[in-house]
Design a protein around this ligand. Sequence first.
Ligand code: BTN
Length: 334
Amino acid sequence: MNRRPPEDEGIDAALLKALRLGDGLGVSGAELSERLGVTRAAVWARIEELRRLGYDIEASPHRGYRLVSAPDVLHADDMLAQLGSVQVIGRDIRVFRETTSTSNIVEKLAYDGVKEGVVVFAESQTQGRGRLGRQWISQPGVGLWFSVLLRPAMRPQESTRLTVAAAAALCLALREQTGLGVEIKWPNDLLIRGRKVAGILTELSAELDGVKHLTLGIGVNVNSQPKDFPADLRRVATSLRAETGRAMHRAPLAVAILRELDRQYSRVCSGRFSEVTSEWEALCSTMGKPVAIQIGGRRMEGRAESLDAEGALLLRTQHGRLERIIGGDVTVLK
Ligand code: BTN
């Protein structure tokens, strides 16, 4: 279990945590200074910095400091403090204003030997990528664009388990945070009323007998509006804002997703993948339906039956054969 001692926590994180615990009541400068182990002047300097980032913090001589509202920004220390105790995913969080792709950053960290569990967010990506070589539109500030570094002890053919676990985690967290009917479309698209709201890109570095590292790249359209999508995507893409009619703060959503990812990852790592698949199957709109699957130039039709122990889809073809599918594009047939 990873729980960073208070002295290691960023001062901002500890400060925001103390203000949140104040529950709308003020916390005095003296109390904050004692709790954080820094001078009152240092507390003041950090409060000023947080205000600059958009946190509305009231200061009064009698009531002390009070957190009135937090902005819709991704602040690494604040997310760490909100996340609290996790096994692996989210014990290290880094936020970039702009990057080519968060998966590129994670890839570099992997080769630098960084521990698994680090999560890299970006406010925007200039070369966000999706599955099957597609582009992933990542406009500034309207979504969650992030990647997670994992080093699971498994064979490369078992790595599909992690995509399955990530899809279940994402779906559960989005449902819990929004109350929307989010569904998984095999293999790893998240849909609301048939439109795509989030996607997962798993990239693997492996040798024949084992995974070296794996990058889970996750994109969630949170506050995107139709103008944020290119014309050809407007009919097939959606966002949480488009579905609920209201903008939402991204950090609490990110924290809920990371917590759920961590829970599902520990299931995979402790030999409890069957618990993940049963949860996944209940969330998946493709299961039990007649489907067509396009894999490169090949098209197959059949009924999506279940997932196997490695996370591959078992497709019952028209000829009654059971085919094992690990990638491709699926369409549910009417
Ligand atoms: C898909 O559905 O095609 C997968 C989309 C994955 C997008 C995310 S955004 C964060 C990470 N960085 C990338 O370049 N891609 C993934």
